[in-house]
Every structure is written in C-alpha cells, then in structure tokens.
Ligand binder design. Sequence first.
Ligand code: G6P
Length: 557
Amino acid sequence: MPAHETSHKSIILKHPSGAEAEVRLFGATVTSWKVDNTERLFVSKEAILDGSKAIRGGIPVVFPIFGTDEKINLPQHGFARNSDWEYVGLLTDNDEVSVRFSLKDNQLKQSQRSAWPHSFRLNYTVALTEKTLRTTLVVKNEDEDTFEFKTLLHTYFQISDISKIAVNGLTNLTYIDKVQNAAKLVEENQKVTIAGEVDRVYSNVPEEVTIEEDGQAKYRIVKTGMKDTVVWNPWIDKAKGMGDFGDEEYHNMVCVEVGSVADWVKLGGGQTWTGGQVITAFMSELKEQLQRFSSKAEDIVDAIGQPLKPYIPAMSRFLIVATFLEDSLRIITQWSDQVFYMEKHRGFFWGLSHIFLALNVILMLSCSSLVIAKKHQEYAVYGLFAVVILQAFGYGLVFNMSFFLRNLSVIGGLLMVLSDSFNKRKQMFAALPQMSETDRREYFQLAGRILLIFLFIGSAFHGEWSFGRVLVSLVGLAAAIMVIVGFKAKWSAIFLILFLSVFNVLINNFWATQHNHFQRDFLKYDFFQTLSTVGGFLLLVNIGPGGLSLDEKKKAF
Ligand SMILES: O=P(O)(O)OC[C@H]1O[C@H](O)[C@H](O)[C@@H](O)[C@@H]1O
C-alpha cells in the first residue's frame, strides 16, 4: 500500500524505492521522512504529539501569520499547524506518490475564525520520489474580497552536528536578524555556518539553497512561489527555555524554512496562490559510490545470467536431489557391502536390512524424479524428508553434528522446492487453514534460507586456518547472514554458490583420492550434499528470498 492511515491519526506514505514519510493530520505536519533507511527530519524527543501544541519538529505549516501580529489575535505562526486537517487522498503520478490534505475555514475554532475572518481553503500536498520530498501549499481565497497572509514551511532538518554544517545560496542577500533587534543586514559569508543562536529572515532568496555537512551536500531545497528563507537554530539558552525541546538537541537540527513572510501575500477573491519546496536528500559519497558499484555489478551479473535463466530452475532441482540420486546409486552398486554393514555394525537382522535399503532406494529415486519433473512436489519433498530421518536413525547418525548440519541444508533446499510449489497447488495442508497460501510460501522460504546456510557454516569452519581462509569465511558469514535476513539475498546466494563450488571441488575431490573406497565414499557423499545445497541457493536466486525479507520489504508498496 503506498499510503495508509495509522491509529494515531497519521498517514504513512511509501515509495517503491523504500523512501517513506509520515504526515500527522494534526497540522498536516510531516513528522518523518526516510531515505535510504535514514531519518532526514528532526523531531524533538520532547515534542508533544497529543494535539495540544504544535509539533516541535518535522514540517509544521505556518499560516496565515508568521510569528505574532498585533492586529490579528492568533497564536504564534497562526492556526494551520494547530488544526486537524482532512485527509483528501492519495495520488500517484509516474515516479511520484503523494497524499493531499485540506483545511477550510469552517474546520477552525470560532475564536480563530473571528481573528482571521476569511473564507479560504488550503490544499497541502506531500509527495515522495526516491530521494525527494515535495511539500506544496495551495491557498484559495473563497471570499469575494482580497485577503492577506504570510506562510512558511517550517522544516526541521536532521543533522549529525551543527558545527559541521553550512548553508549555501544566501550570499549577498539582505536579511532581518531577529537575534539583533531585527537589524537589517547583508549576508557577506559564502557559507552560513552556525555557532550561536541564529534566527534570520533572508529576503528575495534564489530558488536553490543547499545544506552541507562536512563539506558535502546533504540537502538541496528548491522553492517555488515563495520569496524568503528563514534560518533558525535556538542554541543553548533558547533550547533550555523550550519545554518541548531537549537541552542538547540544538546540535542535531537546523531549520531552513521556505516561505513568504517578509511581506504580506495579497490574494484577490476567488484567486489561488501556490508555493512549496522540493527537498533532495543526498547520501554520503562513500554510500553513494557503494550503491553505484553494487547496481553496476548487479547489471553485469544479470547480463551474464540471462541466457542461463531458463535452465536455472531445472538445474537447481536436479542439484537439490543430487545427493539422494548419488546415495541410491551407491546403495545399488554396493548392495552386499551395505547389507553387511547394516547387519554387522547396526544390528539389523537379515531381511530388515534388505527392506531398509530397498525402501531408501525406492523413495530416493522416485521422489527425486518427481522433484525434477515438478510433479507432486510436496509429496516428493515429504518422501525425501522421510529418507533423511530414516537414514539418521538407520545409520545411527542422529547425534553426529556434521551429518546434522549438512542435512539441515539439504532440508533447506527441499523447503525452497516446497515453497516454490505453493503457488501452483492450492489445497495443501488442510490442517493449517488459517495460513494463506502466500504466508506458507513465505514462511517456508524463510525457513529454507535459514537452513541452507548451515552447510556453509560447517564448511567454513572445517580444516586448517589461514589468513585467507579467515577472510573468505568472514565474507561468507556476512553473505550467510544476508541470505537469512534476506538483504541482497540473491547476491549473497550467488557468492555462497561460488564459495561452496570452489570448496567442493578442492576439498571433496573424491575422484583424485587413492584411499580405500570407504573414505572415497565419504568424500563423494560430502560432494553431493554440497551440490544439493548449491542447488538450494540456485533456486533461491531464481525465486527470490520471498516476502519475509528485507529485499521484499523495501519493494513493498
Ligand atoms: O517556537 P515556535 O513558535 O515553533 O517558533 C520557532 C521559531 O520559528 C521561526 O524560525 C522563527 O523565526 C523563530 O523566531 C521561532 O523561534
């Protein structure tokens, strides 16, 4: 959903890129704007959010007066930021998603209507793209006579340290310095830095102003229809004097507010006026470079993978069951050795050993074929689960850690097959009617992802340590965690496929061993189990991590 209402009377707006904003109906105040999972607006921890006071932070809308006015008996900055606005609805246009709010004179308190006795409508739009937030105010004079107003979008920007920021674009402009008895001054600095209380109204400001932090652009503010820009930071004493502002919070905020406040805007009867801003949030250079690199690399992998794509599902299914196919062939080709082993070492009596081995072979061959052929997949997967359990008990490997970890991964691969089958078959799991098909698919995908990484963990911590191995294992571990939480899961799965394939060929090289066939068989068994896990990761690359993942959460719209 691109926009939904919350229980605390606010609208959450979501852009497919992951950008998000929250707008309270009280004051139509934008109280949150997140880009790249980072909050960009400042809201005080002491802010009062129960509607008894204007919100200290975000973007309060100032209208129809700025500050106080001797002739108009309204609270400081007018009534717009203290009124409950109406949510008009959602609009989507190309890349932009937006929500609109409105406030009409008949929604005001009687005292406010008499203090500013005009018939009007305000329409306020809050719009998101990947990196921008647009807030546009439209004032409609629904009277016959002209009225006058001042307005301002009182944006509180989130910054990490006030001593590191500078505001650009104000050089040579005249400003009223409210800290110096409203003296009229000219800005001489190229960059306006803040090292004390600042409260200035700059007039006739060009369209674009930027805020930089540590010399790098952090926000760009482009205004339309409005002439002035206010720069405000209360600094130490004023901060202490405000009940809804933390004593130290002045370090982390700066207000750069676009508006028309130096002069009154005159609006004729029946006329409309429009003003607003588009704010762009920039990332740190390093973050941006990383993102550029990763999207380029993704394109390259996509281009290489394209011709292989149609074969990936079949290939991954084949690999997932490879271990079962190999195992059944081994039992068949070494039938008498196997019977002997079961009777001598596992205490099976004659006949039971034959039944046990035959049952395994039949289950493994038939169920593996069904998985590859994509027929009755769920029953096939249960059949293979049964084989894993039968073997754990039959061979006495229940408490063997390495067997356990490896088989968890094989089960993980099978779970991926199962989840992939869910969108095709509807009437499964009659016993779990409360779960929807999609829910089940997502839970199995999540469980599959978690289990798949166990074999990697087993392999990464097996054998001699060297600096190179530590490094590769650490990167692999990061990839494993990314697979589990489903962040860039396809990417991480590709990395683990490469890692496990190289590891498999180098370590489980049964074809090159001179050992007796038992050891050779162990290596062979490990080799095919690793192949099965690789198959599971391959299926993950193909079907994606599923809804319960950060990757999908970002796309949720
Ligand atoms: O405390 P408030 O009414 O929200 O006003 C906060 C500030 O808003 C603007 O930036 C004014 O220029 C300041 O003089 C004022 O202190």
